[in-house]
Design a protein around this ligand. Structure first.
Ligand code: SF4
Length: 102
């Protein structure tokens, strides 16, 4: 067996596990602003677009990235939100379920 074949045979199982692990960590589907629950809670992918008349509790310093319910997804523009069944919300987003991180 030549050297390159031996190297491939030695590393193939590890590579297969890496591929399977990466698939297992695929980002969750992104929450749509048109989702009924998202609409009800005023979710927007960019907090600057929050309807301040409807949600006067919104503060400019608030966004998903500093909310307790946000779980960052490395390599993604957002993270999972437990309020929305772990669907992906944008780090710059906001909804009326916001809870300041401690
Ligand atoms: S609960 Fe928090 S993380 Fe989830 S959408 Fe609302 S502000 Fe973003």
């Amino acid at each position: 067996m030549d050297r390159s074949r031996r190297v491939f045979t030695y590393h193939a199982p590890g590579l297969a596990l890496l591929v399977l692990a990466a698939r297992g960590r695929a980002a969750p589907p992104e929450l749509s602003e048109d989702d009924p629950k998202a609409r009800a809670l005023g979710y927007v992918g960019d907090a600057k677009r929050t309807d301040r008349a409807k949600f006067p509790q919104y503060d400019e310093a608030q966004n998903c990235a500093n909310c307790q319910l946000f779980e960052p997804q490395p390599g993604s523009v957002g993270g999972a939100c437990s309020l929305f069944d772990a669907r992906l919300v944008r780090a710059a987003g906001w909804c009326s379920g916001y809870r300041a991180a401690m």
